[in-house]
Every structure is written in structure tokens, then in C-alpha cells.
Design a protein around this ligand. Structure first.
Ligand SMILES: *Cc1c(COP(=O)(O)O)cnc(C)c1O
Length: 359
């Protein structure tokens, strides 16, 4: 028997969530973001789930090559561009679109001897201060790009720092929008701004393209729940109870004896730990579902196991079904309890976790 820990990936949920992204931006084309192995869901599955997307966006050059080998014929965008001159050969060979975000990349592109033309997304730093040319330097970068014979179409891209947070004091979405349109005014080319949060909450930002990621996998990018946004969980992580302990008041559970019972309790041991991608920082109280009943994690997360409270679940026994997240327990609830975001949990799913597909 294999270990009972299984991540079920629902291809139909991917499709449904993509439809949702399109409905939010009916006049825009969609880059479905599949970086980090499609947020842990698998590149090959993402191709099937996102067959109706106009393009796939990711970070990893080897992932982009794999998408081509798997048969993806539509566009592919490298969201951070390239890291060295040899990457440009791959970009040209596989006909990838690339972001250009810094002067060093411009130089590499100027020096490259490419045999086929490539499409470039010129990235603007509109205030997040991560990647991109500032509005002051943007036009000069554009002119240099235009002078490169191997560059075909130039598009314009920026990224929002706070699309999910209308009250952020640091930098508003409106200010980033204003800077972006001011600096690209009159330039011919397609524009792309929205991540999931902007796609769901700011339809005014949907330009020629949107770039949703997390929403496609059924996670929320903000405070409202994924269910409120009409999204379906694409990944459900299930396991089983593999051991049970009956303890009395004063008994401790797990490493560091971090949990001490104040009454008689039944403790279930679940086959899933931080080496599987379950967050080690998840504290006592993190939600878990056993036999369809919501209960909580107690004590520290181990490498291969967690311990949960079965005291009020009379049916629980070795072999009882446990849901760590997904259908029946929103991944965002688990992430919130652990002080992180659903993104991190999805991406952290470890290679040793068995994957089953639901088509
Ligand atoms: C990851 C990423 C996205 C998608 O962001 P979500 O919050 O997951 O929708 C969009 N654009 C860029 C440049 C990214 O790196």
C-alpha cells in the first residue's frame, strides 16, 4: 500500500477558474501564470486545464521548454526574462516571449545574434520597486529595444503591489495605474497589468492582457474568500489517520512537548508533515477535517506527521480520511492559521506526495 497522503488535482476546477478570470476581463487576453510548476499543480496538467488561455506565463526557462515539448503551441511569456546570453538562444529556438526589466538584459539583447525575431514585454517599475525601468527611464529603454533588429513586437507590462488592498498607505493601485499610462502614452503596443487581485477586484485595469495566477488554482489573492470569488479549489490534500493515542490531563504531545492536555483526549496521528509541504509553523488550532468533521492540529508539525484532536470525533479510527486542505477545507484557512498565504502552501507540495488527477 502506498502512503495514504494524496494530492488530488482537479483539472476541471482549473478550467472553471480560468473561465472566471476571463469573465472578469471579457475583452482581454489571458496569460495563465504557471510558474513554480503551476503553483504546485504540474505543468502538464496546467496545459490541459488552461487550454483556452491565450498564453502561459512563467519564470523557469526549462519549464517553458517543457511546455513546448508537451505540445503547447500558443504563446509563452518569461515573466523575469533571461539570466544570461545563452538563454536568448533558447528563447529564440522555442519562440518564447520575454520580459526585459533591466539595462543588463537590454545589453544582452543588443549583443545577441538571433536568427528569429522575438516579442518583448518591457517592464515598468511603477512603484513596487521590484523589477522594471522607472517611468523616467522607460522611454529610453523602449527606444533601445526598438533599435534591435531581432525584436519584433514590444508590449508594456507592470505589476501591482497592493491590488488586493484598497487602503494601503504605501502605494495605491490608482497611482501605479496613473504612472504606467502616463509613461506609455502614445506608444504603440499591448498593455498588461492585472494579477488575480486586480482581475477580480479592478476590472478597470484589464487592458489588452491580464495575468492571473492564484485565482486559477482556487486560492484567494485577498481578504474575501475564494468561494466569495466563485473559485473552485484545484488541489485537495488528503491523508489518513495512521495512529491513535489516548492521553490524560498533563500528558504532552510531540516534539518539544509543545501541547499539554488539560483533560483526557484522543490524539490522531496523520501521515503528512513538513517534508510533504505542510507548513511547519502551523500552530495548535490550525483547522483539519477528519471523517468530514472539522477539528484542529495539536502540538508541533513533524517532518512526516501531524497530530490532531479526535476527542469529539467518535467515528475516528486508524484509516479515517483526513483533509489537510482543498475541498471541504479552504487552503486559505490553513494558510491564515499558519501565518502565510495559500500561494506558499500550493507551491510547497513536495515531490514525494502522490498526485491523483480528477478530470
Ligand atoms: C506570479 C505573477 C503573477 C500572478 O500573480 P497572482 O497573484 O498569483 O495572480 C502575475 N504577474 C507576475 C509578473 C507574476 O510574477
Amino acid at each position: 500500500m502506498p502512503r495514504p497522503l494524496v494530492a488530488t488535482i482537479d483539472i476541471n476546477a482549473l478550467r472553471t477558474n480560468l473561465e472566471r478570470a476571463k469573465k472578469c476581463a471579457p475583452r482581454s487576453k489571458v496569460w495563465a501564470v504557471v510558474k513554480a510548476n503551476a503553483y504546485g499543480h504540474g505543468l502538464e496538467r496546467s496545459i490541459r486545464g488552461f487550454a483556452d488561455a491565450d498564453g502561459l506565463g512563467l519564470i523557469e526557462l526549462d519549464g517553458a521548454a517543457k511546455l513546448r515539448q508537451l505540445g503547447w503551441r500558443k504563446r509563452i511569456l518569461l515573466l523575469e526574462g533571461f539570466f544570461g546570453p545563452s538563454d536568448l538562444i533558447t528563447i529564440s529556438d522555442y519562440q518564447l516571449d520575454t520580459v526585459v526589466h533591466c539595462a543588463e538584459q537590454l545589453v544582452m539583447l543588443e549583443k545577441a545574434k538571433l536568427t528569429t525575431k522575438i516579442d518583448v514585454y518591457l517592464k515598468m517599475n511603477s512603484g513596487m520597486n521590484r523589477l522594471g525601468f522607472t517611468p523616467q527611464h522607460y522611454r529610453a529603454a523602449y527606444e533601445r529595444l526598438r533599435a534591435i533588429p531581432a525584436v519584433r513586437d514590444i508590449s508594456f507590462v507592470t505589476h501591482f503591489a497592493n491590488a488586493e488592498d484598497p487602503n494601503n498607505a504605501g502605494l495605491s493601485l490608482g497611482e501605479q495605474l496613473r504612472r504606467f499610462y502616463a509613461a506609455t502614452e502614445g506608444l504603440p503596443g499591448e498593455r498588461c497589468l492585472s494579477n488575480s487581485a486586480a482581475d477580480l477586484m479592478h476590472p478597470e485595469c484589464a487592458a489588452d492582457w491580464v495575468r492571473p495566477g492564484i485565482m486559477l488554482y482556487g486560492g484567494t489573492p485577498g481578504d474575501a474568500t475564494a468561494q466569495d470569488f466563485g473559485l473552485l479549489p484545484a488541489m485537495t490534500l488528503n491523508s489518513e489517520i495512521i495512529g491513535i493515542q489516548h492521553i490524560v490531563a498533563g500528558d504532552a504531545v510531540g516534539y518539544g512537548s509543545a501541547f499539554v492536555a488539560d483533560k483526557p483526549m484522543t490524539i490522531g496521528v496523520v501521515a503528512c508533515g513538513y517534508a510533504d509541504g505542510y507548513p511547519r509553523q502551523a500552530p495548535t488550532g490550525t483547522p483539519v477535517v477528519v471523517d468530514g468533521v472539522k477539528t484542529q492540529l495539536v502540538g508541533r508539525v513533524s517532518m512526516d506527521m501531524i497530530t490532531v484532536d479526535l476527542t469529539s470525533i467518535a467515528t475516528a479510527r486508524v484509516g479515517s480520511k483526513v483533509t489537510l486542505w482543498g475541498n471541504g477545507l479552504p487552503i486559505d484557512d490553513v494558510a491564515n492559521a499558519a501565518g502565510t498565504v495559500g500561494y506558499e502552501l500550493m507551491c510547497a507540495i513536495a515531490p514525494r506526495v502522490q498526485i491523483v488527477e480528477l478530470n
